[in-house]
Design a protein around this ligand. Structure first.
Ligand code: GDP
Length: 500
């Protein structure tokens, strides 16, 4: 981006331009909070007030720019989980993202996650290379690291601005603020003051004394005391409004954060003024249904976006590498985020905001995350074997229903084998789901299918039982349809599928 600033077009009155709303993201301990605190304390409050600084989730400062004090709104909840929650329902609340990377640490896992979120939001990004005062600060390493993750800064093949700063001493922070304002000018952030007020909830809570509280950033129009409103399905009337500096205000215009009092209940973060149904984000993606739903539509989607989480880097690379080899004539697969570790809230929110499916490979998902995925209508598909994952995607891409290629409903590990007649009894520890009589079974070793068949009988201790449940050990006897009993070994996995 060029450093020259572009004047607003003649048709825009100053009233129709609004302050940029900025979000600060990056890896933990890289200095997001320190930067937000520094900016808050060293810049004049946009609204003069003698009030004590109060945390409402966002604040606005005035920054000298071309001889004029110019407002910038900062979202004061650092972290990409909050950012993606804010996007989950209502489009992007932020106009610009500042990606903080510590110069003594470089690009880290949450930096990469933040990059995925910012790219998915499609908003301009500025890199702030922080902790320049620390011995060992290495700007080039950060820039190189960023370029390896698709963030091409100036001098590294791109035009993304990178500002060296110290959030501790304040060095470079005025230049960063200037860059934010230049970026905002280029983005020509317009607003229409004649429209009814619209805005997005960035924080909400129930206060013991004051009742439900919500901090909103106003996007269009002006919110006034006494106004009736619906926020994310919650009704209310604005009884009080407080700005980021604790001052009571009567009106809040575009890009202003205000905490409002007077709602009947606590609205969700990310919900918008205007009610529940009326707030579909202005986005072009198809919301993720199941793969089957997507692929059974008359017009197949041009693209399915995926978030892939795997246990280790090696499996992650194997999966993303193999995805490229799947047939993608009518529908392309696009991995918008790939990482190692548990499926998190942040993944679910990113999936929700981008209409992605989540593919988990040998990773855990916290029950609270499963619940979030359910309420957000985000589809999470978990796998233990790569070929199963690839088979499902391939089937989906070819328009075959997953019913013909179902997911396992039970998994077990073979812990002992006993010859029995012409067959084999497999001592099996059930790991997940359940394995029942008559179910189709596959026995796999790593990526290899060793044998397949149907469950003939299940024994627990001395008793014949209809079903083997997770956490316990059983003797399972199969009717093999292919493969040989002699091939089955301790350590193999047993997958059971729904009866057809
Ligand atoms: P966050 O997790 O990204 O919000 O990081 P914090 O703002 O909490 O900073 C983590 C630690 O790094 C704190 O101990 C800060 O004082 C320190 N820190 C942040 N910015 C700087 C900086 O520019 N220079 C130095 N020396 N320390 C910093």
């Amino acid at each position: 981006m060029a450093k020259s600033s572009k004047k607003p077009t003649a048709s825009l009155t100053p009233d129709s331009l609004r302050a940029p709303v900025v979000v600060v993201m990056g890896h933990v301990d890289h200095g997001k909070t320190t930067l937000l605190d520094f900016i808050r304390h060293t810049n004049v409050a946009a609204r003069e007030s003698a009030g004590i600084t109060q945390h409402i989730g966002a604040y606005q400062v005035l920054v000298p720019h071309e001889g004029k004090p110019t407002p910038i709104t900062f979202i004061d909840t650092p972290g990409h989980a909050a950012f993606s929650a804010m996007r989950a329902r209502g489009g992007s609340v932020a106009d610009i993202a500042v990606l903080v990377v510590a110069a003594d640490d470089g690009v880290m896992p949450q930096t990469i996650e933040a990059i995925s979120h910012i790219k998915a939001a499609g908003i301009p990004m500025i890199a702030a290379i922080n902790k320049m005062d620390v011995p060992g600060a290495n700007v080039d390493r950060v820039k190189k690291g960023l370029s390896e993750h698709g963030v091409l800064v100036q001098g590294y093949g791109g035009d993304i601005e990178a500002s060296p700063i110290s959030a501790k001493t304040g060095d470079g922070v005025p230049e960063l603020l200037e860059l934010i304002l230049i970026t905002a000018e280029l983005a020509e952030l317009k607003t229409d003051p004649t429209l009814p007020p619209s805005g997005i909830v960035i924080e909400s809570k129930l206060d013991k004394f004051r009742g439900p509280l919500a901090t909103l950033i106003i996007k269009n129009g002006t919110l006034k005391i006494g106004q009736d409103l619906v926020v994310g399905g919650v009704k209310g009337r604005v009884k009080q409004m407080i700005d980021g500096f604790g001052a009571h205000v009567k009106e809040a215009g575009p890009s202003t954060p205000v905490e409002i009092l007077g709602l009947e209940a606590v609205p969700d973060v990310g919900s918008e003024i205007g009610g529940a149904g009326a707030e579909a984000p202005a986005s072009t993606f198809t919301q993720a249904g199941t793969l089957e739903e997507l692929m059974s539509q008359e017009k197949k989607p041009d693209e399915i976006s995926l978030i892939v989480k795997a246990d280790v880097q090696g499996s992650l690379e194997a999966i993303t590498g193999s995805l490229a080899g799947l047939p993608q004539e009518t529908t392309k697969l696009k991995v918008i985020h790939a990482g190692t570790g548990e499926i998190s809230d942040s993944d679910v929110n990113l999936a929700r905001a981008t209409g992605s499916l989540i593919l988990g490979f040998r990773v855990k998902t916290n029950p609270s995350v499963v619940k979030l995925a359910e309420t957000q209508d985000v589809k999470v598909m978990n796998y233990d074997v790569i070929y199963q994952l690839l088979d499902d995607l391939k089937a989906a891409l070819e328009g075959i229903s997953l019913e013909e290629n179902p997911l396992p409903i039970g998994t077990g590990e073979i812990i002992a084998t006993f010859p029995h007649g012409t067959g084999l009894i497999m001592g099996t520890r059930v790991i997940g789901g359940a394995i029942a009589r008559d179910q189709p079974i596959k026995i796999v070793r790593g990526e290899l299918e060793i044998a397949a068949g149907r469950v003939k009988s299940i024994r627990h201790l001395k008793d014949e039982v209809p079903k083997a449940e997770a956490g316990k050990e059983y003797g399972i006897f199969l009717d093999l349809s292919h493969g040989e009993f002699t091939d089955v070994m301790v350590g193999d996995k047993l997958l059971s599928f729904p009866k057809s």
